[in-house]
Design a protein around this ligand. Sequence first.
Ligand code: THG
Length: 370
Amino acid sequence: MKKFSIAKSRRIRSTPYTSRIEKQGVSSYTVYNHMLLPTAFGESLEEAYYHLKKYVQLWDVAGERQVEITGKDSAKLVQLMTCRDLTNSKDGRCYYCPVIDDKGGLINDPIVLRHNKEKWWLSIADSDVILYAKGLAIGYSLQVQIIEPNVDIMAIQGPQSYPLMEKIFGNQINELNFFDFAYFDFKGTKHLIARSGWSKQGGYEIYVENTSSGLELYDHIFEVGKEYNIRPGYPNLIERIESALLSCGNDFDNNDNPLECGFDKFVNLDTDVEFVGKNELIKIQSEGINKKLMGIKIDSKFINVSSSMNVYDLNNNIIGDLRSGIYSPHFKKVIGIVMVKKPFLNFSEVCKIEIEGESFNGSLCELPFL
Ligand code: THG
């Protein structure tokens, strides 16, 4: 596949770490929330995958922007946006929350951070959630302030992130459970650190609000991290598909609802909370879904997914569309995420897909793969 360079401009925002990663050899970018997100450092995706599973990486994921909602009605607005019941949510906790519209269609799948009842961050995937939040606040006459604060996340991912972060922040950091967050001191500046990240290899995310301290911390992490074989990295396509971490805009979009995407445990329809699209989701739940995200394993060594690819049965009926896929070293075949149409949800026969002009056999499976 031909490669193209990216034309930078103010619209495609750099991050505070861009100059750092460019010195460290970043070789390609994508754009996420109108911001640069690294996708390679000269090495192959597979090399980066093995490294991530064994050591530790620092990722510039500043593109995971925060929508900050504060004020008297902030809890009400956050709840209006998500089908996950946040009534019993706690300060200092993260919540993975589907954001949906009035038709039940997915808008985003942020991590919601509850600072307190009147201060929330939505750590968003790639869509303009802030505009939706502002529209709802206007429509419902809510007393809230909505901004995109200067918060730039660096993720520390991989098994060696634990000893590395302990060395830098002390053993108090070990008290963070998965999806907890708290503030930790680095040379006199407090940084919000959550135990989270877009991999299943363990780690943390540092929500940097003070850029100059953040850059000093960035350099310090690489200095201390030498001993743990740290490298600059980025969300890894192989690892995230093996782990079935869904990607908004790739695996689902506004034409899909959370029940079709396996977000059932984050869809709370039995409580009396008010959110946009609730009646629609109740209707969908009672009538049943028309399609569902599933896994696929394909007897191929390669695939390059840059748009939906049809998956067929042996009679050339379209079973569904493949939305992400990559060769998996673990399964020794291509694995992917497919939106399967209703008649085929229990399909257990051989299916087919065309990759670069050649037909390959595959089989559907439930998610997650592992
Ligand atoms: N970290 C932060 N912000 C983000 C992401 C992130 N914003 C964009 C994007 N990633 C949002 N999407 C996800 C998807 C999955 C998870 C987090 C963010 C995730 N899921 C766990 C899982 O599926 O096992 C846990 C979900 C749960 O059980 O609560 O971590 O990565 N800051």
